[in-house]
Write a new protein. Sequence first.
Length: 330
Amino acid sequence: MQAIELKGHGAPEVLQLGQRPDPVPGAGELLIRVMASGVNRPDVLQRKGFYAPPPGASDLPGLEVAGTVVAGDAAAMAVAGLSLGQRVCALVSGGGYADLCVAPVGQTLPVPAGLSDIEAASLPETFFTVWSNVFDRAGLKAGETLLIQGGSSGIGVTAIQLAKAMGATVIVTAGSADKCQACLALGADFAIDYKQSDFAAEALRLTGGKGVDVVLDMVAGDYVAREVSCLAEDGRLVIIAVQGGVGASFDASLVLRRRLVITGSTLRPRSVGFKTAIARSLTDKVWPLLAAGRIRPVIHTVLPAAEAAAAHRLMESNQHIGKIVLSWQV
Ligand SMILES: NC(=O)c1ccc[n+]([C@@H]2O[C@H](COP(=O)([O-])OP(=O)(O)OC[C@H]3O[C@@H](n4cnc5c(N)ncnc54)[C@H](OP(=O)(O)O)[C@@H]3O)[C@@H](O)[C@H]2O)c1
């Protein structure tokens, strides 16, 4: 197969097109002829040497793919209602930057009706992550308010649309007026340019002093103190990345006085069983919304897979709004 290999760790140029033996699906797995591979910030961290694949995962980067099923465990596929020749997308723990990819059957979903392979490849990583953290861990409910840091990120555009579809009020932060506008166009109720104003003061003002019920944080560092300060009673802070640093100092008395929960997670090392359960929730509650066009993929740029280095440069430039996708279609 063709694959984008990591020739060491460092600048985007370490991503190079090469040849690898075709992967073989084992028990509970299927093989996908990949048409498109999603690009995510964790791929950038892996390229730089800060995010090693979990034990047993492919050393190739790439956490999500879309394409056609070409082989697999027939019994497992029958139970999951998947078949040879079907168009699918899948969450994988590595190996997505290749034109063949093995995926666990339980982490593979049909392409939602009406979506292209490019669009489908943009879904798994952010939809699994947002569902798991915002709804399962933080328990966001209809009528509550969610503050999303980085609203224009791949994660952010998914979180905005899912939270709105589930009946929440959404406040986002973003680093420019254009990005704020894009978040509002996707359905966010309020957008705060975090470079122009203090998001915690704004969140308190926008909620009439009550505070927000849930914060989805991809910054951490000195954001944690401000997030704790603008959480409502029984509020939940869920940390999914530490772009702003790992150390945090905050007023711990607020945690007890307001009964706050501070939590977080990383998806990649979790078990197939855990991810399969998320896939079932997405199939039941979210895929129908995608098929109906109530939630839509947000694709910023599509590049040929051989230009993976350019895709990473684009992501690190922070110019994008939504997702960057690699295409294997010639
Ligand atoms: N825990 C997990 O399981 C998991 C899974 C997937 C992704 N992640 C993490 O989630 C984050 C988003 O991933 P992605 O693939 O969607 O990446 P992405 O599209 O590149 O987004 C990165 C975002 O971080 C925002 N950001 C950086 N500094 C900020 C700050 N000080 N305040 C507010 N926003 C800030 C950027 O916003 P501006 O451009 O507006 O500055 C940008 O939108 C990454 O950190 C990634 O590692 C975690």
